[in-house]
Design a protein around this ligand. Sequence first.
Ligand code: GTP
Ligand code: ZN
Length: 381
Amino acid sequence: MAMRRVHRALGELRRGTPVLIRGLVPGASPAGTAVCTETSLGQGLLVAAAETVSARGLAEFTGTEPVLLLSPVRAAALLSRPVELQPAAPREAEAAPVALRTSPALLLPEVLRSLADPTLETLLPERPQPAPVPPLAAAAVALAKLGRLLPALVATPLGALPPGLTEVPAADILSYPGTAAATLTRVAEASVPLEDAPEARVVAFRAADGGIEHLAILVGQPEALAATGGAPLTRVHSECFTGDLLGSLRCDCGPQLRGALARMAAEGGGVLLYLAQEGRGIGLVNKLRAYALQDRGLDTLDANRALGYGADERSFLVAAEMLRALGIPRVRLLTNNPEKVAGLAACGIEVAARVRHAFVANGVNDGYLDTKARRFGHLFG
Ligand SMILES: Nc1nc2c(ncn2[C@@H]2O[C@H](COP(=O)(O)OP(=O)(O)OP(=O)(O)O)[C@@H](O)[C@H]2O)c(=O)[nH]1
Ligand SMILES: [Zn+2]
């Protein structure tokens, strides 16, 4: 039920319709239980995604003037204050959103879209002033990110649900990634001989959220090795439509994907998890926006932050749950990314060794690889 409510709300936001996020009345439900009954629901926040909201959607914001919730980096860019781009750790704690006052001149779909999206020409009829951040703003941003939308929202506190709109408890939004990972189940399996690994099987995992499936590609018999206490060669690969499928030269994903499978075949076995986490979890549309910003001079990390996203929005809980379901709790991990090693270990997978997985630069991705080493701490040596 909780996942259905979040999924419905995501659909509404993506279509440009506002949704009401509900908080809990303090003390109405035991902390941490995420139990959310109708009677325990408290104050609400009516929100719409600035990127998609329609004129009809905006007409739902009656009464007090709504605020615009933005990431601090995007707000600073709009207010023309110097944007502080510190050499932050890739998984820096996500900064809370800030709020700006709106006015009738700002509350137009094309203006809001331009304020949300730094790749568009900014339409700023007037300089928006800072406003107090309403309660539940963090849940609103989390919802937009789950929908792979830009984290920029029109928001106004509201007590009652307007007729015809959807309501979603904040607790359901915040617990959604964990709940989705916990419900992963094997749904299909087939032998798929590959050019790089003739003895391969693909196993599909589906979560109860109804979202896109994650895949495990088993080369040889890694489960048999794991059953005797061994640590199979393992690659945790986030999907990259441009690199994996189209052969994009902007990144190193294609060679890493094919190279991992070839290496597993050469070593007699392994497992590659192919995770539906495009663009380090920001989605393909936002990755294309990040590329557009990179073409204007930002690096891969600052481009994510300019969009309002963190440097890396992935959770490796999904990968850990899949490995556990496959009976592989110990791995030798093919990666250059120390955050991946730490992320898997934090989710209960023993990383017996990190195996370097670097490929030579191709003349286009040199800057991208350099940024990985300098700002993400990737170990290419
Ligand atoms: N946001 C964003 N994502 C990118 C960019 N270039 C590649 N990606 C994504 O980054 C992900 C690649 O991650 P992984 O292959 O897991 O690699 P990694 O975290 O760099 O670590 P390794 O294990 O060392 O390869 C894919 O989902 C790509 O779509 C970019 O410029 N911006
Ligand atoms: Zn890529």
